[in-house]
Design a protein around this ligand. Sequence first.
Ligand code: ADP
Ligand code: MG
Length: 230
Amino acid sequence: MNIHEYQAKELLEKYNVAVPKGIAAMSVEEAVKAAESLPGPLYVVKSQIHAGGRGAGHFTNDKQGKGGVRLCKTAEEVKDAAEAMMGNTLVTIQTGAEGKQVNRLYVTDGVDIDKEYYCSVVLDRGTSRVTFMVSTEGGMDIEEVAEKTPEKITHVDIDPVTGMSGFHARKLAFALGLEGAAFKSSIKFFMSLYKAFVELDAAIVEINPMIVTDKNEVMALDAKMNFDEN
Ligand code: ADP
Ligand code: MG
């Protein structure tokens, strides 16, 4: 079972995984209201579909136009972005040519990004181990990274019986070359993400990108979560 980005972020936030403030919207009016209640001065309007690659995608009624993730500077721009998305069909590398209709939006705070990273947690049912995967190549298609530059991906296995320790988290932070406040923030991020993963009984959590902000805070800008059917 797949859930939407905004639902995954609501769950993660409960476990103290840092995410930008955001509000789900079922209409253009709700999207504008959402923007008005966020602090600004930057907003991101995000199409909620069960597929990634939204930012680089396009709408079938505007093939040369912008994608399904748009940065806005005013509530007026949020309205335009919401109108361009709501009810229309978004095609991404993950939807197939037919695309997916956008019926929900997520309006979030725009964040000042210092650098983007990749982070995922996967349960291997066979070995019942939890594996963290991180990469400095954030925002990219991880399968492509795995194929072309596998050395840029670091795996850290965790035995669920003994759980995650600071040692595992530091290994992940070192692999990304993080230092100082960003290093410290990432430790909290990884530990919180692990707790969320285990307690929510998730099969996959993918944070792409995980970012370091201009204030050296580690955050999830995108979140995908998967649960087993049972
Ligand atoms: P997708 O992976 O489906 O394209 P993302 O949520 O990863 O969607 O968004 C695509 C890109 O948009 C991100 O890699 C990031 O650069 C930018 N972005 C997303 N959310 C924000 C935000 N809250 N603030 C600033 N930039 C963002
Ligand atoms: Mg993404």
